[in-house]
Write a protein that binds this ligand. Sequence first.
Ligand SMILES: C[C@@H](O)[C@H](N)C(=O)N[C@H]1[C@@H](O)[C@H](n2cnc3c(N)ncnc32)O[C@@H]1CO
Length: 147
Amino acid sequence: MRVLLIHSDYIEYEVKDKALKNPEPIPDEMKKGRMDEVLVAFISVEKVDEKNPEEVVEKAVEEIVNVAKQVKAENLFVYPFAHLSSELAKPSVALEVLKKIEEKLKEKGYNVGRAPFGYYKAFKISCKGHPLAELSRTIVPEAAKEE
Ligand SMILES: C[C@@H](O)[C@H](N)C(=O)N[C@H]1[C@@H](O)[C@H](n2cnc3c(N)ncnc32)O[C@@H]1CO
């Protein structure tokens, strides 16, 4: 899994077209979204993550919470982003992993948004530009490390 973390004044998105034959079904209110004072996590779920999705969810949540504490962000935004890797997991696995990350972050008390999965989206983001405002993480299951 590749994660790009951007501490932002805001992020806003607008769904344009389907990017998959069967994108995530979404209610009208999810076609546009905005969150302010937010740590945005652009996430590419990778093929290697299919070896242990539960483990990469836990590790991703840990990494995101760690940065959120450092930058004092209470709002988090999970953004499915297929452009951080050339070895993508299949959409069914990726969507489940992203939903689980969202769910576990909420369980930890954060306000969490998520952009819809399987669409082309326009987005605007305002990076805060401080030293910890742009970070990236690579997360792999332990099983993959032994190979
Ligand atoms: C396209 C661009 O504007 C938009 N931002 C986009 O990336 N759309 C992606 C993700 O929402 C999702 N998607 C599919 N596979 C994956 C994966 N392995 N990991 C994350 N997302 C995925 O499906 C879309 C097409 O790949």
